[in-house]
Design a protein around this ligand. Sequence first.
Ligand SMILES: Nc1ncnc2c1ncn2[C@@H]1O[C@H](COP(=O)(O)OP(=O)(O)OP(=O)(O)O)[C@@H](O)[C@H]1O
Ligand SMILES: [Mg+2]
Length: 281
Amino acid sequence: MTKRGGGGETIDNVIRPFSFFRSGARNDTSTAQKPILVLEDVFKYFREDKPVLRGVNLTVERGEFVFITGPSGAGKSTLLQLIYRKHTVDEGRLLFCGRDVGRLTRESIPFLRRNLGVVFQDFKVIQHWTVFENVAAPLEILSMPSRLVRSRVAEALERVGLAGRGVDRTSSLSGGEQQRVAVARAIVTEPALVLADEPTGNLDPQLALDILTLFEEINDSGITVLFATHDHSLLEARPHRLVVIDEGRMFEARDGLREWAGATAREESHSDIRGLRTGVR
Ligand SMILES: Nc1ncnc2c1ncn2[C@@H]1O[C@H](COP(=O)(O)OP(=O)(O)OP(=O)(O)O)[C@@H](O)[C@H]1O
Ligand SMILES: [Mg+2]
């Protein structure tokens, strides 16, 4: 790919070839108007006799903040992994910005991932690297000019409250700070969508709320956020759209956790759900 566009060093010039995935792509208004994510009757099997996801339907519009919850083993991580093509949909379709992710060629997968940021429970930051090196990594892969890398990393660190910490060795940061590094790395390419898989699972309650707030600020800047969590206190603290995965099926809990808890109380069949309702994993 070309390192520099004719009009100067901007991130758009560097990654324009893949702009069909990005929000507000100038040349393709039809793409910009499509939902950012559509799952149509999606099935995923790890074992032939027992699909993990069985007929999941979900539409996420650009700019939404969506909580995903459900019992342990219900398929939350699997769903996110299908979006970033760690795994492939077995039946049905998964469209990201109108593109069928399941049909992308191996060569196209890196272009998909440049338009997605992913944050994990265990941070997945490289401990012996500096903060700068961790956040810069996705831009280095794009062969972005170093001057642009420096300014983009500085901006991302400022957005996550770590301005000036780029020189620090990552292992010297607290858990909450390391998760902020992971968030900065996820947003440094200005992705259209950020996927967060239990991003607060290793943090104490106050830090968990701080990280949730950080994702909300990112969402306010126009990035769509899918946030998978078990944490009732987070789900109750904020009135975001809530979707539940249970036994491989997905449904909306339009009135929040209470509606879902009510529905599951009537069924009273799934011990994991009872555990989740009482906050026990
Ligand atoms: N790569 C894999 N190979 C085989 N089975 C898998 C694989 N990944 C997930 N599974 C199975 O799929 C089911 C759903 O797992 P998944 O990790 O998506 O659940 P989850 O909802 O994220 O759970 P948790 O809340 O514990 O993180 C589980 O039964 C799990 O064992
Ligand atoms: Mg999981």
